[in-house]
Design a protein around this ligand. Structure first.
Ligand code: ZN
Length: 314
């Protein structure tokens, strides 16, 4: 496989996925410092928060202010999660470039997460798309199909269901549909199979891989997705997040480790690995009671690591 000049987009989701899964609340000023440092390290897309009720998620109550701050950085795509039309309205008002909406393939997870069945959630997305088309046609809508690889509540999730949901979403006119391993159940073969089917069904609209490292297969799964042609990956600095049902397990795939894997392979992430590792200090300072994961930061960047000189840098 020729990897020269290949590029991937790493979307940092720590300020949303990471912070919503922990008890500590990161003060707004630290969030700003963190986002600024991530941008400086070369991240081009950051999921900065979520437009949900602040009663449900006090950790993300300042999302509007964070969006405005993040928008001051040139060429940074500012992304926020929204669970419903009300959230989309607030997100559009704040000026986000892109929203991401979770749609669970598992009915049980859908009811627990957004108190809607999967088909009710699809109807909600349809409303959001119509609203977007009317008032803010330039804002991108991305869907992450949660529990696409299995569910802690329901167990098995049928691949046919995932593909059927993705197809309906693409028909509605969402810009991208990605697959999320919310529970850390996926394995590389499954990741390949499902992304292959996704691409065969919705073509250009097939989106990012959002993979958790709960059972240690995060990087292997990312590589599997990459080999199927996926070029956008969600990751979280220090693997921030964790899972309340799996003690000691980290959450999202660790951004530093993912960047290292790709860069070492000669795949361009646009991210400076040393600068990225430095940003962990802000995380540790802002969240002294939370565990920060990452193999690369612990072991150090290898002495033979270099950006390949034959790589095409644009
Ligand atoms: Zn996640």
């Amino acid at each position: 496989m020729n990897l020269v000049s290949k590029k991937v987009l790493i979307s940092e989701v720590g300020p949303r996925d990471g912070l919503q899964s922990i008890q500590s609340i990161m003060p707004t000023e630290f969030k700003k410092e963190w986002i600024a440092a991530l941008y400086k390290a070369g991240l081009q897309e950051i999921e900065v928060g979520s437009f949900v009720s602040s009663k449900l998620l006090p950790q993300l109550a300042d999302t509007s202010e964070i969006v405005k701050f993040a928008k001051t950085f040139e060429h940074l795509t500012v992304l926020a999660l929204v669970p419903n039309l009300k959230g989309a309205q607030a997100a559009f008002e704040s000026g986000v470039h892109k929203i991401t909406i979770p749609v669970s393939a598992s009915e049980a997870h859908s009811l627990a997460n957004v108190r809607k069945t999967t088909s009710e959630m699809l109807a909600e997305v349809n409303q959001i798309v119509l609203y977007r088309n009317q008032i803010a046609p330039r804002i991108q809508i991305e869907i992450g199909i949660s529990t696409a690889f299995g569910c802690t509540l329901q167990g098995v999730v049928l691949e046919d269901d995932v593909i059927r949901i993705a197809h309906s979403l693409a028909e509605m006119g969402v810009d991208e549909v990605g697959l999320s391993d919310t529970t850390g159940y996926a394995n590389p073969e499954q990741v390949k199979r499902l992304f292959r089917r996704l691409k065969a069904t919705i073509g250009e609209r097939s989106g990012a891989a959002h993979l958790h490292n709960t059972r240690g297969l995060g990087l292997a799964n990312c590589l599997a997705a990459f080999e199927e042609g996926v070029r956008a990956f969600d990751a979280s600095l220090g693997g921030l997040g964790g899972c309340p049902y799996a003690p000691g397990a980290s959450g999202n795939v660790v951004t530093e480790d993912l960047v290292f894997m790709f860069e070492a392979m000669g795949v361009d992430t646009g991210v400076n690995i040393e600068a990225l590792i430095e940003t962990r200090k802000i995380l540790q300072q802002a969240l002294p009671n939370e565990l920060v994961y990452g193999m690369l930061a612990e072991a150090g960047v290898p002495k033979n690591f270099r950006i390949p000189s034959d790589r095409v840098v644009e």
